[in-house]
Ligand binder design. Structure first.
Ligand code: E4P
Length: 218
């Protein structure tokens, strides 16, 4: 399972990279705004900066909502760096754009996916990654993880190469359940990855080992 971090914060990306488990980065317009990155040139430069410190794929989202706008923006984003994956929303023109990019060999991440039907459509259109937002489904009392299970079944039935990128991940249990269900990738904040580290018995055990060592080597 690949670990992506969902942020536009360079320090957090560096920190995840130093931990040694980072495979890629996803961003979105809200995350860019949160870091105060505004204006086209600054945004494009920021993507290049992210690519420079990330070992793998970096999703960069288009803002346009028509086919022509998405194609123009996506081609420009893809030109920036070979790690860039063009993030396209699950809307009618987005599906057309996914097909266009797939035929041109430009890799894509279909975002804002909330149903198995949308996931099937995106795979049919040739998306490289499809991002079901599991946390946001949970937020409306729906079951985000069951969407991952449905997608896995559908993609396996037809051997789609499209990768399931479990997005809007919030905590350790999301990551563990996604791994059990066979999601190809997860993306979430650094805190969700770090929460995998924690277990009270590890802390208690380590404390005892060190105390015993100290006693024996006093
Ligand atoms: C996915 O690529 C999105 O950027 C992201 O995971 C959305 O997560 P959120 O629901 O925490 O905003």
């Amino acid at each position: 399972m690949k670990f992506f971090i969902d942020t536009a914060n360079l320090d957090q990306i560096r920190e995840a990279e130093e931990l040694g488990v980072l495979d890629g980065v996803t961003t979105n317009p809200s995350l860019m705004a949160k870091e105060g990155i505004t204006g086209k040139n600054n945004i494009l430069k920021h993507y290049v900066d992210i690519c420079a410190i990330t070992p793998g794929d970096v999703s960069a989202e288009v803002i346009g909502t028509t086919f022509d706008q998405m194609v123009r923006e996506g081609e420009e984003l893809a030109e920036l760096h070979d790690q860039i994956v063009v993030k396209v929303p699950m809307i009618r023109d987005g599906v057309k754009a996914l097909r266009y990019f797939s035929q041109k060999g430009i890799r894509t991440n279909c975002t804002l996916v909330f149903s198995p039907g949308q996931a099937l459509l995106a795979a049919k259109a040739g998306a490289t990654y499809v991002s079901p937002f599991i946390g946001r489904l949970d937020d409306i009392s729906s079951d985000g993880l069951s969407l991952i299970a449905e997608m896995r079944e559908i993609y396996d039935n037809y051997a789609f190469e499209t990768q399931i990128l479990a997005a809007s991940v919030r905590h350790a249990m999301h990551i563990i359940e996604c791994a059990k269900l066979g999601a190809d990738v997860m993306t979430g904040p650094l805190s969700s990855i770090e929460s995998l580290l924690k277990h009270p018995l590890t802390d208690i055990g380590l404390e005892k080992f060190l105390a015993d060592y100290k006693k024996g080597n006093a």
